[in-house]
Structure formats: structure tokens, C-alpha cells
Design a protein around this ligand. Structure first.
Ligand SMILES: Nc1nc2c(ncn2[C@@H]2O[C@H](COP(=O)(O)OP(=O)(O)OP(=O)(O)O)[C@@H](O)[C@H]2O)c(=O)[nH]1
Ligand SMILES: [Mg+2]
Length: 340
């Protein structure tokens, strides 16, 4: 090989990575600009990247984060079939009349065996598809790589950076995952329905505690007063330490009844959040938890990288057979991960 060819080869191999990252950055920049200009396809692509933890996800989130933080995130949670989607739909409509743009994340309902709810959401919310001011995403992320709460938070960041004024997150209030999801919202609405009997008690205590606003949907049915009394009774047992008493709003979502009142209650709480820096303090609290979670994921990832395929099983067998003690083992793996 001639000397000049060799040097060309060398130059190329040195320059190529630089060019490559340069191209990536350009492509990323272009898609971020598209997304921020309201391009729905760019938004959908970005959400898919985040949802699937696809390559580029981390760079994308890093670039989008500075553009986020302006949207109001509202979490709506409650038992299966309480009318959450119907109410989200009505609220979205209401906000559209005020020219505010809306992003909706419907986190998969608990019932993986039907799959009907997602279809239901699509059909019910179909009217909005012609309106670019509403963007709806159903997420089927149970068992996903990043964890449900983390993925939802990241998808919310994408929507936020895309300039949506409001982000409504619908989730079925049944488990810790859901509590974690609604925790990331600025405002949490817990939706209950009459006829639950003593079930208000059985709704996970954590969910009751994080309600900023209660909704009694299906108030066209008997028993709305009773649910209201039960909520009041629970409230009198445990006062919130920030002094806010969550209001109770009765709605008939299928008829659009009470939606204005709900929007007014949301606005009241927003005003309350604005006072005494409460919004910021709440956000700091949320981030404290999220950062711990992100750190845990990052550390775990590093530790996993120390373990070759199948070695965890082998080590577990050694511990089970008392050939090794797990305490030293974990210290060793953690130390190796740290040195990476
Ligand atoms: N009677 C009555 N029916 C309602 C009301 N709101 C919603 N529904 C009906 O209740 C059913 C369930 O509504 P959804 O909005 O799908 O409930 P959901 O809470 O989103 O359900 P999942 O996502 O599956 O947990 C639908 O048939 C709605 O039409 C209401 O205020 N009164
Ligand atoms: Mg639903």
C-alpha cells in the first residue's frame, strides 16, 4: 500500500467517527426542530424512541429537557371503568375551546386480557384526530425496559417539549406503578364512582392520599352522596399537611356534566400551587424521587454489565449452596461496576 493511500486510510478512520457524530447531531437537531414546530410525525417518532428505549433515546431526552417544564401535567386515576377516558376526552375538549393544546397519555388499563379499552379510547377520542391541537398516545408498556413510571415521565417530557399546554395522563389506580405515575403529575385527580360500596376504602390508600381533587363520576347513578360522605370521612381522618382540602366534584362524563366545574377546580389548585412557591417545591420533591430512581437504574445497568450471560445464575447457585456469601459478592460486583 502506498504511503499516501495509507495516510488517507488513517485520516478516514480518524475522521469518520467525528463525521458520524456530527451527522447524528444534525439529524437530532432537525427532528427536535420539527417536533417543536408542532410536527405530529416527529412527535410520534420521538415518543416511540423513548417508549422503546431505542438507540438515541438518551441523547433525544437530553436535548429535549431544556425545552420542557412549561406544560401542566394532570394525572387522572381511578378504578377500571370509572369513566376516566370519557372524562379525559371531555376535559380535552374543554381546553380546546380555550385554544390550549393537549397531549394525552393513556397508560394501559390493568386488563391485558381484553385489550378493548385501548380500542375504546381510540374510538371515543377519534373526533380529535382531525384536530392537531390534541395528540393521543396509548401506551402498552407493562414490563417495558424502563419501567412504567419512568417511561411515562419521559413521554410526558417529550410532549411538554413539543409545546403542549396540558398533558393529561390516564391510568388505572390499582398498584404502586400507578401511584408512581400520578406522583409525577402537577395535579392528581382521583375518580371514584357510586356503587363502590365500601370500596373507597379498598382503593389503594396511597392513591387516596395523593388526590388533589376528587371526582365522583357517574353521578347520574344512585349513591353519589354516599361516596362523597365516605371521602369526607377519610379526609377528616387524615388532613393534608399542606393545608389544601381536595374539593369533590360530581360529574357525568358521558353527558359532559360537571366538566366546567372540574376545570374550575383544576384552575383553583393551579392558583394555589403558584402561591408560596408550592409548584417548585412539589417539583423538587418529585425530582428527588426520580433522580434516585434514575441513579438506581444507571448503577444497576453498570453492575449488570459486569455479569456475563448466565453468570448471575451461576453465582446464585453458589450462594444457594453456601459456597459464597452474598454480601461480599455484591460488594465485589459494585466495586467492579464503579471502576468501569
Ligand atoms: N352512566 C354513566 N356512564 C358513564 C359515565 N362516564 C362514562 N360512562 C360510561 O362508562 C363506561 C366506561 O367508560 P371509560 O371512559 O372507558 O372508563 P375508563 O375508566 O376509562 O375505563 P378503563 O380505561 O377501562 O379503566 C363507558 O361505557 C362510558 O360511556 C357517566 O358519568 N355516567
Ligand atoms: Mg380508559
Amino acid at each position: 500500500m502506498s504511503a499516501s493511500l495509507l495516510s488517507a486510510e488513517l485520516t478516514f478512520s480518524v475522521v469518520r467517527p467525528v463525521l458520524y457524530t456530527g451527522c447524528l447531531t444534525l439529524a437530532l437537531q432537525a427532528s427536535i426542530e420539527q417536533l417543536r414546530s408542532g410536527d405530529v410525525r416527529a412527535l410520534a417518532r420521538a415518543i416511540s424512541t423513548v417508549e422503546n428505549r431505542a438507540p438515541g433515546c438518551s441523547d433525544l431526552l437530553k436535548s429535549l429537557f431544556p425545552h420542557s417544564g412549561k406544560a401542566r401535567v394532570i394525572g387522572m386515576t381511578g378504578p377500571p371503568g370509572a369513566g376516566k377516558s370519557t372524562l379525559v376526552d371531555q376535559l380535552a375538549r374543554h381546553y380546546r375551546t380555550q385554544d390550549r393544546t393537549v397531549g394525552i397519555i393513556a397508560v394501559d388499563p390493568t386488563s391485558p386480557y381484553t385489550g378493548g379499552a385501548i380500542l375504546g379510547d381510540r374510538i371515543r377520542m377519534q373526533d380529535h384526530f382531525a384536530d392537531p391541537g390534541i395528540y393521543i398516545r396509548s401506551m402498552a408498556t407493562r414490563g417495558s425496559l424502563g419501567g412504567l413510571a419512568r417511561t411515562t415521565a419521559d413521554v410526558a417530557t417529550v410532549l411538554d417539549a413539543s409545546g403542549r399546554d396540558l398533558i393529561l395522563i390516564e391510568t388505572v389506580g390499582v398498584g404502586q406503578d400507578e401511584v408512581d405515575i400520578v406522583r409525577l403529575a402537577d395535579i392528581t385527580i382521583v375518580i371514584l364512582v357510586p356503587g363502590m360500596g365500601d370500596d373507597v376504602q379498598t382503593i389503594k390508600a396511597g392513591i387516596m392520599e395523593i388526590a388533589d381533587i376528587f371526582v365522583i363520576n357517574k353521578s347520574d347513578r344512585d349513591g353519589a352522596e354516599r361516596v362523597e360522605r365516605e371521602i369526607r370521612a377519610l379526609q377528616s381522618l387524615a388532613m393534608r399537611n399542606d393545608g389544601w382540602t381536595p374539593p369533590i366534584v360530581k360529574t357525568v362524563a358521558s353527558e359532559g356534566v360537571g366538566v366546567r366545574e372540574l376545570a374550575a377546580a383544576i384552575a383553583d389548585y393551579e392558583r394555589y400551587l403558584q402561591q408560596e412557591n408550592r409548584a417548585l417545591r412539589k417539583s423538587v420533591e418529585n425530582w428527588q424521587e426520580r433522580l434516585v430512581e434514575m441513579l438506581r437504574d444507571a448503577m444497576l445497568e453498570k453492575a449488570r454489565a459486569q455479569l456475563r450471560n448466565g453468570s448471575l445464575e451461576r453465582l446464585a447457585a453458589e450462594v444457594a449452596e453456601h459456597k459464597r456469601d452474598p454480601y461480599t459478592l455484591v460488594e465485589e460486583i459494585a466495586a467492579k461496576a464503579q471502576n468501569r
